[in-house]
Design a protein around this ligand. Sequence first.
Ligand code: GCB
Length: 612
Amino acid sequence: MKQIALILSLFVSMTVLSQDALLTNTDGRKNVSLNGKWHYIIDTYETGFYDYRYKERKEDDRSAYWNRNEQKAKTDLIEHTYTDENSLNVPGDWNSQDRQFLHYEGTVWYQREFEKPQLSDNEQVYLYFAGVNYEAHVYLNGKKLGTHKGGFTAFNFKIPTNLLQEKGNFLVVKVDNKRHSDEIPTLNTDWWNYGGITRDVKLVIVPKNPIVQYDIHVDQKQDILASIKKKSFDLSGFVKFDTSADSKIVVEIPELKLKKEFPVKGDSIAFSFKTPNISLWSPENPKLYEVIFTNGKQRISEKIGFRKIEVIGKKIVLNGKQIFMRGISIHEEIAQQIRRAHSLDDAKQLLGWAKDLGCNMVRLAHYPHNENMTRLADEMGLLVWSEIPVYWTIDFGNPEVLKKAEKQLEEMIDRDRNRASIVIWSVGNETPVSEKRTVFMSTLAKKTKLLDNSRLVSAALEVNHKDNKNVIDDPLGAFTDIISVNEYLGWYVGLPNDCETAVWEVKYDKPFFISETGADAKAGFHADKLTRFSEEYQEWYYQEQIDMFSRFPDNFSGLSPWILCDFRSPKRNNPLYQQLWNRKGLIADNGQKKKAFFVLQEFYRKLKASGK
Ligand code: GCB
């Protein structure tokens, strides 16, 4: 009995501490931004968390950094407090905000106050974080709301209403971006480990039993060409409530004069219905419809596009037509300011450059990007590859690590499942072939399909090079819809003109996609084409690669070269050309386009003109 009680209380404390089901479309709900200046304390030794015996501090310990600690009398001993002098902007990485943070990896405490928002009797408040890198512990008025791990996915906590004060709510977040071998990503990445509350924070005001998530999409089972012909489409989806309800849900698409009602019993319902003519979403026609979900007084709406993506034989087919993906890979970074990208303006800059290059697709590497990116991609008509940071050599044999990867996968899909632009979920990048790894990665691929069968699943694989023969036989290819590979023929292997004689062997009869290819060039460094790091070398590399692609068989379905912009990486230490930058950008750290940009732009212009 005692044991059961113990297990029960453990379970309760675990559930209290992990986050609540993610509210999606938070901008489509009543919300109050908590962006702005937050106080901070750098805590390398985690003194605010552990006492001098290195035990986690008790909740009411005044020295815990989640507690208010002001000197009232001159005899009071105070060893920490938050002050205006030490403030950081939220959203934003800490590295770019003050020189002392440039290489910092560790704990920083963030603190701010807020007023209780106006609430009616039937309303409650969630505290929503769009992204904190990597581990967050969240406290309000001295009580722990919960924790979250994963630097690129959103999470939220329900705030118990009795915890909210009218004024001066004391909110503290312990943020820790230390890398660990059993986390995702792991110790080793070729990108900067920007720390902090890197994305928006807000209070979201919702009814007592909110619709937490919903989904509406073109049903995958229908023959889309027949639907186009008949002018009749099957839509399906679901609505999830926080807890059970006995009511009804109304789904409306005003532009289509469509209004459907479904009874709700339990905490979720699946629905499907027919609708007359829809203008399907595509890069050429990024049509979005306002969709409204109503449950009693609760009403939530957003703009959603409808399309069908599938693989037929060796082709990628969008709305019944074969497509070729003219892509580019992008990191979530604004190079000119050496910082993480987070805002709509940042998204406009990055996706605007991709459009300028002639792209109809972007690979958002190597982790889920902020929501501005995927929403803007919907509006601009850019197909999206979205990925979880299962990168290089993860601890594949560890079941706990698999759980962490699965959680990030779920969080990525939960947030963005209504984005028509996203056509590929990627479960990882360049993971080294082994039995354990293939079990791990194929589990993720299968889980992706279970979570969402309306998109393709992929992973960026590696190539086996031998004597200019390039073989793709990774067993993970059996579990993905398309075969995507990263290849650097002419940079890490041989010279660019090796492309002329390269032989390619792909073991799978599936669409073939080049998810990366690229070479470093320092903008403004000019030399003959054989000189590494010159713009001429990079230009030559792209020319040779493009010639090679024209000899690829017809399952070649697109490419997303590496990469749109130069980006920061602690691994790049050539003192003349790199200086902690990966220089494979087609655009330099000052925004200047390199020669290779125009080579790829011309290739994409010709492809487009030829109908691809
Ligand atoms: C890769 C990785 C990417 C690196 C790139 C490079 O294959 O997927 O993250 O940045 O190569 O520049 O080496």
